[in-house]
Write a protein that binds this ligand. Structure first.
Ligand code: ZN
Length: 161
């Protein structure tokens, strides 16, 4: 069975940046499942996997526009420290969920001043060229629920239903 839209595929992967540093890997863990066509993985990786079968191994270079996007300056903002009441130690590198007009947005603390905190709402991998090495380990039909929800169910599924 070839990977195609509305099928579930499982992959082992290693993700490196252009410098060759390993950023993420499924090594020693379960393979990563995704519903093809449901934006579960970055577009550039998904399009390279279309048509592949179990056992296929490939290296895929994904540019920012097909990965996590370019860095957007407007997503870097300074907010009043009063927004962080109840949090005693705000440190550079901490991550929070913020309310954005389009929903929940993870933000990373860039700077902490006396009255303000500078936050970066860009994805940590925005602006980076990503180098994936992947191996397809399984391709199967998706269940109706998986298609309706746009994600894979089963072992490792960490939500309630
Ligand atoms: Zn679900």
């Amino acid at each position: 069975m070839q990977i195609a839209e509305n099928l579930v595929a499982l992959i082992h992967y290693t993700l490196k940046n252009e410098a060759g540093d390993v950023l993420d890997s499924s090594e020693g863990q379960e393979p990563l499942p995704f519903v093809c066509g449901a934006n579960n993985i970055v577009a550039g990786l998904e399009s390279a996997l279309i048509g592949k079968v179990v056992g296929d191994k490939l290296d895929v270079v994904v540019k920012p526009e097909e990965g996590y996007g370019e860095i957007r300056e407007e997503l870097v903002q300074s907010v009043d420290r009063a927004n962080f009441q109840g949090i005693d130690n705000i440190e550079v590198g901490m991550q929070f969920m913020a309310e954005a007009p389009w929903g929940q947005q993870p933000v990373t603390v860039m700077e902490v001043a006396e009255d303000t905190v500078k936050l970066d709402g860009n994805h940590p991998l925005a602006g980076q060229t990503l180098e994936f090495s992947v191996e397809v380990t399984e391709v199967r039909a998706a269940t109706e629920d998986e298609l309706a929800h746009g994600h894979v169910h089963g072992e490792g599924c960490n939500h309630d239903h």
